[in-house]
Design a protein around this ligand. Sequence first.
Ligand SMILES: NC(=O)c1ccc[n+]([C@@H]2O[C@H](COP(=O)([O-])OP(=O)(O)OC[C@H]3O[C@@H](n4cnc5c(N)ncnc54)[C@H](OP(=O)(O)O)[C@@H]3O)[C@@H](O)[C@H]2O)c1
Length: 369
Amino acid sequence: MTGEEVKEPKEQQEVTEAKEPEICYKAIVLSGVGGYDKVKVEVKKGVPALKSDEILVRVQACGLNFSDLLVRQGAFGKHHSLGTECAGVIEAIGDLVIDRKVGDKIIMMNIDGGLWTELVVTTVNCTYLMPDGMSFQEAAAISVNYAAAYMMIYDYANLRPNQSILIHMAAGGVGIAATQLCKLVHDVTIFGTASPSKHETIKENGVAYPIDYTTLDYAEEVRKISPKGVDIVLDPLGGADDSKGFGLLKSLGKLVLYGSANQVTAPKRSSLAAAKVWWHKFNIDALQLINSNKAVCGFHLGRTDPDHVAEVIRKLISLYKEGKIKPKVDSVWSFEQVGDAMKHMQEHKNIGKIILVPEVKTTDATTGN
Ligand SMILES: NC(=O)c1ccc[n+]([C@@H]2O[C@H](COP(=O)([O-])OP(=O)(O)OC[C@H]3O[C@@H](n4cnc5c(N)ncnc54)[C@H](OP(=O)(O)O)[C@@H]3O)[C@@H](O)[C@H]2O)c1
């Protein structure tokens, strides 16, 4: 073997090292606003840069929320991002981070979106340590739905023993969470609207009177059981349902308005549905409100003081640890199936939370197929 022959493999090795493949990761992005075809998986290159007060997280599971359907349809304008909650493992931390370490499993929420990605850089303040025994899927399902339900029921409506409540979309993410949180108060009567195929599940979850809103007038059904109406209505529907909910309230009752699901009638944004919601919008002036002896509250998680949101999420984690609440996962879908997962929600097929994962593992309890 000559000297030259010995040198050659060394050079080859150096060249190989220099060509080490760049790290790639997947992220769900919008290619525009509109139907299911507008959600795509993009492969990004390189590890996102980390500032000294930030952490790098490898995402394991993400929660799909109704608001993601509205973002895709362009209901909030053209520049909103999908993905407001996820769970994962910390892969790196900045020099100034003291209360998190590599390997910590965390829950993450950011109402501005951008969390449907395999790798994400964030600050510590929108993360929470996952308690023992919590799965990544549960962790991706606990922040938005439960925090919204908690604040509406306890901060706004101040639910107390022996009261009654009507929960719309009772089989959905917020609906399941709201029902479980109402059950923490003694002797609360829960009415819940949902498609009939979901009634058994919502009954098991704590709804005393499931109502098939698709064929029956829910206000009439409530009054058959409770002629005076209810103390609280949680209304994510908008349009004509807002006045109907207000009409169902007892004296000193509270209507909490927190959504406009009636706007969503097709894969693409329907101007007709939006106009219908606008036309039927609930109007009341101060004197009418006084004379009605009722309250109307508007709730928006993204407009709530972040310190309060953090406090509520910590409280929810304690409730989970005590076994008092448990997210119900409907199905698990891969990032590539995000359009189908959205369709599943939009076609009223979910019971509980829809989860997106970078890769579907064989150990996942259910798949969206
Ligand atoms: N203001 C806030 O801060 C805030 C925070 C979180 C959520 N929200 C609102 O809360 C509501 C529930 O959100 P979520 O994420 O938990 O969703 P979700 O309830 O899981 O949504 C899907 C379910 O809602 C029901 N539904 C009623 N109207 C629908 C429609 N027009 N299109 C499709 N499904 C409809 C369907 O069940 P059925 O088969 O029973 O009809 C469907 O399975 C949404 O209106 C959302 O915008 C507001």
